[in-house]
Ligand binder design. Structure first.
Ligand SMILES: C[S@@+](CC[C@H](N)C(=O)[O-])C[C@H]1O[C@@H](n2cnc3c(N)ncnc32)[C@H](O)[C@@H]1O
Length: 252
C-alpha cells in the first residue's frame, strides 16, 4: 500500500463539502480532465466512503494518497491501448486511468459484487465510455480479456499478481503494479519466482517525483512471448503455512 503522502501546501477551493480541496498538482496531472477527476474524488468521498469502499480516515488524503498516486502513472501506457486492472476496488487505479486517458480502454476486474455495483454507478455518473467492468476474480477472466498491460494496486504481493496477470497478458506485455516504498525489497525477494513464471524483465520505476511526496513506486514486469505457469515462491508457501511476516492489510 502506498505510504501516506504529505498534503500539498498549495490548494484550490474545495469542490464539495467534506471532500479535500483540489491540489494544484491535480491540474498539471489531469490537464483538461481535472473537472472529471474532481467529480470522481467527490464520489469517493461521498458514496465511496458510505458504502465502505474507502475508509473514512482516507477522506483528507483522497487526492494525494489515492487519486494522484495513481494518475501520475497514466502517461506510461501506449496510445489507444487496453489495460486490465485487477482488484479495482473503488476504481484505483482503473477509473483514474480511464479519466486521465480517454484513449485507453480499461477492463476493471473486481470479485465483490457490491464494489462492482458502485463502480457501475460511478462510470454512469462520470459518463465514462471507455470502461468495462467484470465481476470476477482475475483467474476468472482468463480467455475473456487479454491486453498489453495489467495493473494492480494494493491487491497482493508481486508473485501472486504475476500468477494471476501473466495469463491475461499479450506477448511481451507488462504487469504494472503500483506499490509502496518497499517495492525494491519485494522485487528482490520474488525475482527468481517471477522469472520462473515467465518474466523476462523486471524493475521498479518512480512516477510523480516533484509532484507527490512520496512519489509512486511501480513494479514493471515484462513477460516474454509465452509466460509459463509456475510454482508458488518459497516465501508464498511460508506465508500460506502461517510463517514469516503477517501480510499487510492495505487500507481502503
Ligand atoms: C485492498 S483492495 C484495493 C483496491 C484498489 N486497487 C485500491 O488500491 O484501493 C483489494 C481488492 O482486490 C480484490 N481482489 C482480491 N483478490 C482478487 C483476485 N484474485 N482477483 C481480482 N481482484 C481481487 C478485492 O476484492 C479488493 O477489492
Amino acid at each position: 500500500m502506498p505510504n501516506a503522502a504529505t498534503p500539498s501546501p498549495e490548494a484550490l477551493e474545495p469542490v464539495t463539502p467534506g471532500v479535500p480541496p483540489t491540489p494544484r498538482a491535480a491540474k498539471d496531472v489531469f490537464g483538461e480532465h481535472v473537472t472529471l477527476a474532481e467529480r470522481y474524488v467527490a464520489l469517493l468521498g461521498d458514496t465511496g466512503i458510505a458504502h465502505g469502499l474507502i475508509g473514512p480516515r482516507e477522506a483528507p488524503r483522497l487526492w494525494d494518497r489515492h487519486v494522484l498516486n495513481c494518475a501520475v502513472v497514466a502517461p506510461y501506457f501506449s496510445d489507444n491501448s487496453t489495460v486490465i486492472d485487477i482488484g479495482s476496488g473503488a476504481g484505483l487505479p482503473g477509473l483514474v486511468f480511464a479519466i486521465a486517458r480517454p484513449d485507453l480502454t480499461l477492463h476493471l476486474v473486481e470479485p465483490l459484487a457490491r464494489r462492482c455495483r458502485w463502480l457501475e454507478a460511478a462510470v454512469a455518473e462520470l459518463g465514462l465510455t471507455n470502461v468495462v467492468i467484470h465481476n470476477a476474480r482475475a483467474e476468472g477472466v482468463v480467455g475473456v480479456c487479454r491486453a498489453p498491460y495489467v495493473t494492480a494496486r494494493a491487491v497482493a504481493r508481486i508473485d501472486a499478481l504475476a500468477r494471476w496477470s501473466f495469463p491475461l497478458l499479450e506477448a511481451n506485455g507488462r504487469l504494472v503494479a503500483l506499490k509502496g516504498q518497499s517495492a525494491q525489497q519485494e522485487l528482490a525477494q520474488e525475482e527468481a519466482s517471477l522469472k520462473r513464471l515467465g518474466a523476462v524483465e523486471t524493475g521498479v520505476t518512480t512516477f510523480g517525483a516533484g509532484v507527490l511526496d512520496p512519489p509512486t513506486q511501480v513494479m514493471i514486469i515484462r513477460v516474454g512471448t509465452q509466460p509459463q505457469p509456475g510454482k508458488p515462491s518459497a516465501s508464498a508457501r511460508g506465508r500460506r503455512q502461517g510463517k514469516g511476516r503477517k501480510r499487510r492489510q492495505p487500507s481502503e
